[in-house]
Design a protein around this ligand. Structure first.
Ligand code: FES
Length: 94
C-alpha cells in the first residue's frame, strides 16, 4: 500500500518537482517519484540512504541529480549556495 507524503513536505518542493508523482523518476529501476519523496520524508537524508530504501539511482545513475535535488529540497538544512562565476574579461592588449 502506498503512503502519501505529507502535503507540508510537498510544499517545500518547487512546482516542477511536485508534478508526475506517480511516474517513475528512476526508469532504470521503476521507482516512482512518490516513493523517493516518501523515503526522504521518512528519514533517508543521503543518496546512499535513498538508494538503500528505494533502489532508485542504482541502475545507470541517470536519475542521481534529480534524487539529490529532492533530498536538498526536502531536507531541513538551507539550500546550497551556488558560487557565482567570475566573468572573465578578455585582455584587449593580448
Ligand atoms: S533512471 Fe535511475 S538509475 Fe537510471
Amino acid at each position: 500500500m502506498k503512503t502519501d507524503p505529507e502535503p507540508s513536505h510537498l510544499d517545500k518542493l518547487p512546482s516542477n518537482l511536485k508534478q508526475d508523482l506517480d511516474k517513475n523518476l528512476c526508469t532504470c529501476m521503476d521507482v516512482p517519484k512518490r516513493n523517493i519523496i516518501d523515503a526522504i520524508v521518512k528519514g533517508a537524508k543521503t543518496l546512499d540512504e535513498v538508494k538503500k530504501e528505494t533502489y532508485a539511482a542504482t541502475g545507470a545513475g541517470c536519475c542521481i541529480q534529480q534524487v539529490e535535488r529532492l533530498i536538498e529540497c526536502l531536507s531541513e538544512s538551507p539550500p546550497r549556495k551556488r558560487r557565482k562565476r567570475k566573468n572573465k574579461v578578455a585582455n584587449p592588449d593580448s
